[in-house]
Ligand binder design. Structure first.
Ligand code: NAD
Ligand code: ZN
Ligand code: ZN
Length: 373
């Protein structure tokens, strides 16, 4: 990873805009590339959480003009294909040359994502001064007057992602919702759980400083998975049954021992499904498990029999950001939810390389890094 001067991005399609980036964030998803679990051998500008000012518009852009201040959803979606019409924008049929119905294979991925490897379209991302944004009319959302970058930046990914996790579980209100992971995504899921009428919200992590932020920013009851068995604690809190909804906001890069790492290597697996397994144990019978953390390969110890016996529902995938973003922007505008209280580091883009290292190692009590070009 390094900072380099490259050519200015250009309008390549009449529906493009060039955006002058004012704020961009580092995501837990960027760490999968950084750590090589999702490989990117060629040079690429990373970054899928970004916002800024419209610098230039293509000839077929009608809804935004030069100077407009906008946020950009991270999935690149055309807006008119079969999947976009259904609100399933991460599955857009038109944005990724490596798209395919089979899925899970290098040449059979879903729709493109900004700055997220050649497999996901090969588009440069927004951890840069300028970025090319595709299908502008369908994707760009103008920021209402009076809101700062920090207040709206996380509408690009982590708030809609946390919200997707909760919404896919179809809560009716009154549920106990447990969220493994108190990273940015986990905390946004916890905030969303309250907004959707949860009765109890539980956050699990291994790092005390992250548990503290979950307590303060999301008002969650927290469990330190290093000190207690989270499955047992969740059962104790729910008359032995387990939580109604369990969200896995950790994904394949969960903390694990050497043995697990060796076994994963032997089986050609990307990371581990240990936390997913805990989620399946911690949910009640007939409940719902939502892996919103990323998983990259097949996994040999997938607990299918347990899932069948417990009669669970599962839903997962990349967040359907465009489907939710307008309603969520309105929640922010009305002050019903605060998103910027998870920012721990704000640094100039020039210091981005060091910031990746701090975020990856979880040093300096780092939870969320915002870079300002
Ligand atoms: P993060 O790395 O900051 O957070 C992960 C958290 O999990 C950390 O706080 C870590 O301490 C904790 N953790 C690790 N092992 C654990 C364990 N065994 N038990 C409990 N907690 C454990 O990342 P993030 O930005 O919050 O993202 C979380 C996941 O969500 C990543 O996999 C990321 O790729 C994914 N993600 C998915 C989408 C989507 O659309 N589905 C969007 C954004 C991010
Ligand atoms: Zn992200
Ligand atoms: Zn589409």
């Amino acid at each position: 990873m390094k900072i380099e001067n490259i050519d200015m991005p250009k309008i390549e399609d009449p529906r493009d805009v060039i955006l002058k980036v004012t704020s961009t964030a580092i995501c837990g998803s960027d760490l999968h590339i950084y750590n090589g679990l999702i490989p990117q051998p060629e040079k690429m500008v990373l970054g899928h959480e970004f916002m800024g000012l419209v610098e230039e518009t293509g000839s077929d852009v009608h809804k935004v003009k030069v100077g407009d201040r906008v946020v950009v959803p991270f999935p690149i979606a055309c807006g008119y294909c079969y999947f976009c019409q259904k609100g399933l924008t991460p599955h857009c049929e038109n944005s990724n040359p490596n798209y395919g119905p089979e899925g899970g294979q290098v040449k059979q991925k879903g729709g493109a994502l900004y700055g997220y490897t050649d497999m996901y379209g090969g588009y440069n991302g927004g951890q840069a001064e300028y970025v090319r944004v595709l299908y502008a009319d369908f994707n760009l959302r103008k920021v209402p007057e009076g809101l700062t970058d920090d207040q709206v930046l996380f509408l690009t990914d982590i708030f809609p992602t946390g919200w997707s996790a909760v919404d896919w579980a179809k809560p009716q209100g009154g549920e106990t919702i447990a969220v493994f992971g108190c990273g940015p995504v986990g905390i946004m899921a916890q905030k969303s759980a309250w907004l959707r009428g949860a009765d109890k919200v539980i956050g699990i992590d291994l790092l005390p400083y992250r548990l503290k932020i979950a307590q303060d920013a999301a008002n969650s009851t927290v469990i330190n998975g290093k000190e207690q068995d989270p499955v047992q604690v969740i059962r104790d809190m729910t008359e032995g049954r387990g939580a109604d909804i369990v969200i896995d906001a950790v994904g394949m890069e969960a903390d694990r021992g050497l043995l697990d790492k060796v076994s994963a290597t032997v089986h050609g697996e990307g990371g581990t499904i240990e936390v997913f397994g805990q989620a399946v144990s911690a949910v009640r019978r007939g409940g719902t498990v939502i892996p919103i953390g990323v998983y990259g390969t097949s996994y040999s110890n997938f607990p299918l029999g347990q899932i069948f016996d417990k009669g669970l529902r599962l839903a997962m995938g990349q967040a359907t950001v465009q489907y939710y973003i307008d309603d969520l922007m309105e929640l922010v505008r009305m002050g019903k939810v605060r998103l910027d209280d998870i920012i721990t580091h704000k640094v100039p883009l020039d210091e981005g390389v060091a910031a990746y290292d701090v975020f990856n190692k979880k040093e300096e009590d780092c939870l969320k890094v915002v870079l300002n070009p």
